[in-house]
Design a protein around this ligand. Sequence first.
Ligand code: GDP
Ligand code: MN
Length: 395
Amino acid sequence: MNLHEYQGKDLLASFGVRIQRGLVASNTEQAIQQAKKLQLETNTNFWVVKAQIHAGGRGKGGGVKLAKSIDELKLISNEMLGMYLKTPQTSKEGKLVNQILIAEDVYYSGAEQCSEFYMSVLLNRSTNKNMIMYSTEGGVDIETVAAKTPHLIFYEEVNPNIGLTEFQARKIAFNLNLKQKAFKEMIHFVKSLYDAYINSDASLFEINPVLKTSDSKILAVDAKVTLDNNALFRHKEYQVLRDKREEDPLEVEAAEYGLNFIKLDGNVGCIVNGAGLAMATMDIIKMAGGSPANFLDVGGTADAKRVEKAFRIILKDPEVKAILINIFGGIVRCDRVAQGIIDAYKQIDNINIPLIVRLEGTNANEAKKLIDQSGLKVDSVKLLQEAADKVASII
Ligand code: GDP
Ligand code: MN
């Protein structure tokens, strides 16, 4: 689950990580109130208005703006709320801005007086360790740094059984060329950040920039936080942070019916039982020259109801030009699934795109017979390769 910047910062702050302070608003009036409140709390004279969408690169798209007066803040808030913000990380339509974060200006003595660092925490699956990635070259061009000057990015691996050691925290502060107060602040920052990562069951923290202010404070100016969905059951307090408006509506609907669905950008709708088979199906479609429109695992019990729901969700995607159903009958019987497909097909009025079905396993022959005799415009094939070739030749 991805969090908004303001939620991510609140989470970090609850573990003692210093952050750029801010208050969220969903209309202009509220934005002004929050700005005044923040001024009383932090003595800030300037504010940054930051669009809250689940995508980075906002600065480059006009989603981060400095306001030097309440009048200016009002204008910027008015303009930003309700706009479709386009950034290098959104689709070409952009993302609707429902909320803005009113934050204290932390570059108060000018950008030249500050240093922007990059820091992320994530799991390195190949070494089974957590990893802190960091660089002196933080800010909006970190992708260029990674591509052109990768030696400027440092990696610190942390054994999860031991945790982050004092030595490692000091090494990071040292590699970032920090001294005295900033050195100490960075040690505290890294330690509390790692603590937050572990205790929130996060799968990714990306803090870019981590700022060294003109008076040597170290704080998080931005926060991209992804929490592990599989651990959310032990964090009731984080469950309310989910913002469904940011998610793909088809994925939200599928999840409500217990279907494991991920929208992709191709045009072959896939209905498969089992995640491994779903992966293999996507691969073979691709190799045959097609392109999957989704990943969909209907699970072990591919009954009529689930197949119908899967159909309905896939048919809502206007890109879909054909549907391929690939079911392996191990525990589930193929003839039952076939009946499910036929029933679902009849339930839905206008399926006017080709449907290719491959059923293999228990009672596969009976299943093929059922489909062939149903009188529906459904192609039933025996081999997965055949199915993939057929679907690729149609689209
Ligand atoms: P992103 O573009 O989505 O990654 O959004 P960030 O929160 O990282 O902000 C982008 C850029 O806006 C930062 O790299 C800063 O250069 C600038 N910025 C952020 N906060 C402030 C601030 O308080 N004052 C000023 N002057 N600039 C800021
Ligand atoms: Mn950023």
